[in-house]
Design a protein around this ligand. Sequence first.
Ligand code: ATP
Ligand code: MG
Length: 396
Amino acid sequence: MEKIIIIKYGELTTKKDNINLFINNLDKNIKFKLKDLDVSTNYDKGRLFIKLKKDNFDKVINNLKEVFGIHEIIIGYELNTTNINEVKNKVLELIKNKEFKTFKVETKRSNKNIEKTSLEISSEIGSYILKNIQNIKVDVINPNLLIHLEFRNTKSYIYFESIKGLGGYPVSTLGKGLLMLSGGIDSPVAGFMGIKRGIKLEALYFESPPHTSLEAKNKVISLSKLLAKYNNDIKLHIINFTDIQEAIYKNIPHEYLITIMRRMMYRIAEIIASNRNAKVIINGESIGQVASQTLSSMKAINETIKMPVIRPLACFDKLEIIEIAKKINTYETSILPFEDCCTIFVPKHPVINPKIGLCREYEELIQYKDLIYQAIKNHEIINITSEESNEYENIL
Ligand code: ATP
Ligand code: MG
């Protein structure tokens, strides 16, 4: 009998035609996440089995809790037999020292060569347990101890409890997306939700030195690192936005500063996304949160590009977003007080109902195509992993 980890991946099983792509990605992501922990994996109809060479179950499980596509993580026992008498004895051995007054046996049988039905096996093993342990009884509704048995082709499995996984799809399964990552609370949460649906992220940050500080940039690097945990690693693109921002500030009526600035950001994001083979842009916009996120503003900003923009937080309240940020551990970093380029040069009365015609007219006042070209040409790329040894570990 060997102690192993069994992975269940619920929602994926509904993707009939693409199941292999999903499973291969899940397997690859699990291997990547556990690469230093000495494990091997194998797949058998609806389950992934992980065998550990060392007794480091806690570490392995903590890492698995950060892998999308996993719905349940189970510590179980593998037996090289499907003989019911042998399984019975192993069950007894495993539960002897457990404290419980009521129990239930639940059997699954993918090996249809076993003559008995699942119910018959459950009841046979249940009776055997009752005979061998005093003062316990069966409770099928709310048992203290639930004994799961699975009979497969040549092996059977015993387990008792499962840990909830992150759910969603394995990262990369749906292709690549470019996350507009500011140092704020919203965009890391939006990124997390994108990864959850199987999108492999690259990130894009606009900085405006000297108006924005190195600390602000380092904060974005730290946030990228937190996201990299779920994304395997992350490529962070950094655009120096200073010349564009100053040109806007000097030449364009101030109520349109933010609208035009965001139109420029979208244009740059689309070019970088296309260059990197990303199919979508993801950002942390939430309807009505600020002047640039009214429906009219979103329309005026979005019309500059063709690529789809995914806004996972569009309909979330700030408090709901904060709750997720706390859960995924980005909140404390996000609230560090460093200005980013959206918070400098903020006009007193930003337009909430921008006119697209006026946006286009104002943009003619600056050489924005040249400025965009220069910004992209000079852009910096940092490859970030979530490893402890990461060189950016101690920046903040
Ligand atoms: P966040 O929304 O992340 O809390 P924020 O509230 O400062 O930060 P908004 O002004 O609400 O940002 O901008 C909306 C979205 O635009 C952000 O969620 C982010 O996706 C994108 N964005 C804003 N500023 C930047 C930036 N400097 N670099 C990259 N993306 C940005
Ligand atoms: Mg925001």
